[in-house]
Every structure is written in structure tokens, then in C-alpha cells.
Design a binder for this molecule. Structure first.
Ligand SMILES: Cc1cc2nc3c(=O)[nH]c(=O)nc-3n(C[C@H](O)[C@H](O)[C@H](O)COP(=O)(O)OP(=O)(O)OC[C@H]3O[C@@H](n4cnc5c(N)ncnc54)[C@H](O)[C@@H]3O)c2cc1C
Length: 561
């Protein structure tokens, strides 16, 4: 890895990969086995930021909204606060770590080869995936799911099977994060150049008749210096976009590929009118219930999942005192005794932008600041507990992405239209109902107060931590209201360059030569219960496929370049 300020002003490569993220790293590592690859990542190194590597500092990263943060906050037009990565390793450096494969039916529907998919998953898992050790609270959620009939008990597995299971994690037993950047250890060093803080501004095109052919990219380093990288001559050479569900459609548009009218409204030259770019944006809605506990709970991110038959996934995270966990689990100094208590719910902390209780449109920075302040006033016992959440499969509701300006580092405008499809609402209500049953289960009794009533749980959640609007009456549609009012993100947003709309089944951009998109922007639905394992797998899977195509074009005789 080198900083892009040290990159040549002009360079030539077999593949240029835009975005060193969850798909980009395994893809580039694989391609380097038999070609010369340039990997351009706009963020810095995950190994230089202790917060990225430490599970206990998960929410610190999301709370850092500075320009140099590994996490870039964005707020969808729906009003839900969200995050996108800006670091080598992409989302795998800032995420909650749960690691689980896609369902066989998903693999079939997409048209991937199941044997090669399994080999690619194993290639990834050998480096980044671990079996978590369950604490008592997560174990109780697991037994509760089994008791309410989310069966069978599938034990620990990476596989996506209906029932209850313990999934993998990219955090090891010491809470240290392993990321897609670690997969670069597979790379052939002479075959790859990795540049950090390299912001791609544009893909360059030639024309073969009317057909655009990608020939390189323009990027800027941290000092604003412009660099040009071109493809070597050769039929197998390509530019590959792996800039994620926001970055890839945005970069296509900035390069003149997208809905012509929209591009013209920004005075962009239209290379190709491709109306599907930016369409089909989806974010799986997440709703969570806070369950106060009479007993102490461990600090945990997601480890257990209930894969129900009604299209809702039940997961959980516990603990409110992440700072205490950090000071006991790492060498970083503990906060001084005079500093005010900092309550931190990990993935649900207001610091991370997750205000389950605040209606989407009201999730302003001021609301977050009020919530953080309110939480510091609440006694410890009231905040002891955990969140049980449900994520909707799919989802069916879709939205779109549009440019706001011509800066590739700025967030585009994204609309997800949560719950605009009735199936999503139905699944949310079924999921919340299942959570109620888990909370009432015998297995979970130790972690709920004896007089605890579910409507109260909804109210606590809806009022937590800033006392806003939610009122639960006897209306049977109240749960629908709860779903809409307390929707948050589980950060599994995808789409924008979907297969069939923007790319073909081999991820080639429709109507363009020498250009593919390989990342989560191509998904029509989020794979498995959580996507990162499949995104990494896709990087490896397509890398192997591209090298095979190269061999067919060039013949097996080509020496390592
Ligand atoms: C907070 C959070 C928690 C999550 N929790 C989980 C979880 O527990 N389990 C799970 O399976 N999934 C989880 N996810 C989802 C998962 O991490 C993502 O779906 C996945 O990482 C997406 O991978 P990607 O390759 O499509 O894009 P990314 O990983 O986002 O990679 C895109 C890369 O491109 C770079 N880039 C963008 N534009 C440019 C440009 N113009 N020039 C150069 N570089 C550029 C970005 O900096 C980024 O590194 C979570 C995500 C987040 C954000």
C-alpha cells in the first residue's frame, strides 16, 4: 500500500479496480495472480486506525463524522441516518462483523456456479471468519428462538438454513477485526499496486463505432494532484468498478453513463444513455426492541440469527457500556473518573446515528446530541439490557439515487422508500411479533423483569432515549406504525447497478466494452441474512472467472507479467 501522492502521474495496467472495498480487495488480489492490477481506494489504511480493528470501538468509528473518518455519514431522503465506508477494506472495516453465506436458492437464482461459489467462500473464510463464543445473553436469545419454534437448531454454521444458528464473525476471540483488506495477503506483490487516498473522478472512454470502450481513469491524490491510469493494450484488459452501492452508480453517472436527462442537467457529456443506473436502490429496514435486563449482560454484536419462514431475520446485540468494555479489553487509557459517563449501545448508540426511537425525518444532528446527553443522565440499571432486532428479507421496496453535484467524494441523494411495499410491512410486523415471543420465552426469563409487558417494551423503545412521539394504542395497526416510526438501517443497502438493468450476468456494463461493476450495487436483493460474506465471495468468484477468460484470450503460455 502506498499513498497516492507517491503514484506516477501516468501509469498502465491490465486491470484498474476502482474502490478497495469488500469486493474490490479480494477481486484485485485474485486478478494479480496473472496480471498487473491497479487498486485505487479513496480512504486510508485500516491498519493505521486502532478504532477500526477493535470491536469495542465499533460505534466510535461511526460517530466520527470528520473528513478523514473511515466512515462517511449520509442521510437518505427518507431521513434515516446511514454510513458508508472510506477506507481500504470498505464496509468490512466499519461493520458489525456478522459473517454468513447466501442461501443456495439465492446462488441458483443469480446464476452462479455453486461449486465455485463454495470454493470462493472457503478462500475468504480461511482468512477472515471466526466462530464466536456466545455470552449468556446471546445464548438466551438463541434458546428463546428455538423455544418459539424457529427450528431446527442448526448449531454453528456459515450456511443460510431456515432455523436458528450461530453465525460467523470477522472479529476473533480477542475482539480484533479482520477485513477484506486482509485478503490482499493472497495477492502477488509484483502484480499489484494499491494506492490509498486515491479518489477516482472519471472513467475515460474511447469509441468503437458508437460503442464506448473504457480505456482508463483519472484520479486525484490527497494534495489534489491529478493522475491518469490507462489500460494496457489487450482484449482481456478492463476497468472494474467496485465502489459500492453508492459509489458505483455515482461514478458511472459522473463518467457520463446513466440517465441522459439527469446527466445533462449537470452539464455532463452523455457517453451512454443507461436509465437503469441509480435505480433499484434498496435498504433492508431494521426495527429493534430494547429489553431492559435485571441481570448484567455481556457486550456483544450480532452472533445469533433466527431465519424464520415468514421473511424476517431475528438478530440481537447487547450491552450499554462499551467504554468499560474497551478499557478492560485493550491497552487504551480508560476515561478519567471526572469525565461524564458515556453510554454507548454499540450498533444502537445514538453516537452511531441509530436512533430507533426517533421518527426518520427527525433524525438530525441536534436530536443525536440531545439523545447522547439524555443517556448520560439515566441510571445504569435502566440502560442495562440489549436490543433484539428484525431485518426484513429482500426488501421489495425500492428507490433511486441521483447526483447532487460533481464531487465523487460527496454523498449522492438516495431514496429507499422504506415500507412502500406492503410485504415489507407485513414481514416487519411478523418479526416484531416473534421478538415479543422470544422476550416472553422461558429461556429468556433471566434477562427480563418479571412484570415486564410487551407494550411497555415497545413504549420504552419508542421513548428511548429521547422521549419522542410514539404512542401505542389498542389499534391492531399499531405495530405497523411502530415499524414505520422506528425504522433504522442495518446498513445492507444495495442496488444502483443491478444485474439486468445496468450489468449483464457477467457484470459487464450493458452497451460498454472493457467495463464491469462487481460489488453490492449489482444485487437485486441482499444475500443471506447479512451480505458481507457474499460480497467478498463475489470478488474472489469473479476474479477467478476473469482470469479464466484471460487465459482463453491469451493462451496459457503467458508468463506472469
Ligand atoms: C455500519 C455497517 C454495519 C454493517 N454490518 C454488517 C454485518 O454485521 N454483516 C454483514 O454481512 N454486513 C454488514 N454490513 C454491510 C456490508 O459491510 C456491506 O454490504 C459491504 O461491505 C458492501 O461491500 P461493497 O464492496 O459493495 O462496497 P464497499 O465495501 O463500500 O466498498 C466500496 C469502496 O470503494 C471506495 N470508493 C468509493 N468511491 C470511490 C472513488 N470515487 N474512488 C476511489 N474509491 C472509492 C470506498 O471508499 C470503499 O472502500 C454493514 C455495513 C455497515 C456500513
Amino acid at each position: 500500500m502506498r499513498d497516492a501522492v507517491n503514484a506516477p502521474r501516468v501509469s498502465y495496467h491490465d486491470y484498474i479496480v476502482i474502490g478497495g472495498g469488500t469486493a474490490g480487495c479480494p477481486l484485485a488480489a485474485t486478478l494479480s495472480e496473472r496480471s498487473r492490477v491497479l487498486l485505487l481506494e479513496r480512504g486510508g489504511s485500516p491498519y493505521a486506525d486502532g478504532r477500526v480493528l477493535d470491536m469495542a470501538r465499533f460505534s466510535d468509528v461511526l460517530a466520527d463524522t470528520s473528513d478523514s473518518s473511515p466512515s462517511q455519514r449520509f442521510v437518505s431522503e427518507d431521513g434515516v441516518i446511514n454510513a458508508r465506508p472510506r477506507v481500504l477494506g470498505g464496509g468490512s472495516c466499519i461493520n458489525a462483523g456478522f459473517f454468513t453465506r447466501a442461501a443456495p436458492a439465492y446462488v441458483r437464482a443469480v446464476g452462479w456456479d455453486p461449486r465455485e461459489v463454495a470454493a470462493a467462500y472457503r478462500w475468504v473464510e480461511d482468512v477472515v471468519a471466526f466462530q464466536p463464543v456466545l455470552g449468556p445473553w446471546q445464548a438466551a436469545v438463541r434458546r428463546g428462538l428455538l423455544e418459539i419454534g424457529v427450528l431446527p437448531d442448526n448449531g454453528f454454521t456459515y450456511d443460510h438454513i431456515t432455523g436458528t444458528k450461530v453465525g460467523g464473525s470477522i472479529f476473533d476471540a480477542d475482539g480484533r477485526r479482520h477485513t477484506a483488506a486482509d485478503l490482499l495477503r493472497y495477492a502477488r506483490p509484483e502484480g499489484i499496486d494499491v494506492f490509498l487516498r486515491a479518489r477516482v473522478y472519471q472513467i475515460l472512454f474511447d469509441f468503437k463505432g458508437d460503442t464506448p470502450v473504457a480505456r482508463g481513469v483519472v484520479y486525484r491524490d490527497a494534495r489534489g494532484m491529478v493522475h491518469a491510469a490507462y489500460l494496457n493494450p489487450g482484449a482481456a484488459n478492463e476497468v472494474i468498478l467496485a465502489a459500492g452501492a453508492l459509489g458505483s452508480p455515482q461514478q458511472l453517472m459522473l463518467s457520463g453513463v446513466g440517465p441522459a436527462d439527469h446527466l445533462r442537467s449537470f452539464q455532463l457529456d452523455v457517453v451512454l444513455d443507461l436509465p437503469g443506473v441509480g435505480q433499484g436502490m434498496s435498504d433492508n429496514p431494521m426495527n429493534a426492541i430494547f429489553v431492559p435486563s435485571p441481570s448484567p449482560v455481556e457486550v456483544s454484536l450480532i452472533q445469533v440469527v433466527g431465519i424464520t419462514r415468514f421473511g424476517s431475520y431475528i438478530e440481537a446485540a447487547s450491552g450499554s457500556n462499551w467504554d468499560a468494555h474497551r478499557s478492560s479489553s485493550s491497552s487504551s487509557p480508560s476515561p478519567s473518573s471526572s469525565s461524564p459517563p458515556r453510554r454507548n449501545f454499540g450498533m444502537f448508540s445514538p453516537q452511531a446515528g441509530q436512533l430507533a426511537t426517533v421518527p426518520p425525518k427527525q433524525r438530525t444532528p441536534e436530536a443525536i446530541a440531545r439523545a447522547v446527553e439524555a443517556m448520560s443522565q439515566v441510571p445504569d440499571a435502566a440502560l442495562r439490557g440489549g436490543f433484539i432486532l428484525e431485518k426484513v428479507l429482500g426488501p421489495q421496496s425500492t428507490g433511486h439515487l441521483q447526483l447532487r453535484n460533481l464531487d465523487p467524494d460527496d454523498n449522492p441523494a438516495v431514496t429507499f422508500n422504506y415500507f412502500s411495499h406492503p410485504d415489507d410491512l407485513r414481514r416487519c410486523v411478523a418479526g416484531i411479533t416473534a421478538i415479543e415471543r422470544v422476550i416472553r420465552s422461558r429461556a429468556f426469563a433471566r434477562f427480563t423483569y418479571p412484570n415486564f409487558a410487551f407494550p411497555a417494551a415497545l413504549n420504552v423503545t419508542a421513548e428511548f432515549p429521547v422521549n419522542l412521539l410514539y404512542q401505542r394504542g389498542s389499534d391492531p395497526r399499531a405495530l405497523e406504525r411502530f415499524c414505520r416510526d422506528t425504522v433504522t438501517t442495518i446498513w445492507h443497502y444495495h442496488g444502483g447497478c443491478q444485474v439486468g438493468r445496468v450489468v449483464d450476468r457477467d457484470y459487464r456494463v450493458l452497451g460498454v466494452e472493457a467495463l464491469r461493476v462487481i460489488d453490492g450495487s449489482t444485487f437485486n436483493a441482499s444475500p443471506g441474512t447479512n451480505p458481507q460474506a457474499t460480497v467478498m465471495m463475489l470478488g474472489r468468484y469473479m476474479g477467478v472467472k476473469l482470469l479464466r477468460e484471460r487465459m482463453l484470450i491469451e493462451g496459457p503460455g503467458r508468463k506472469n507479467p
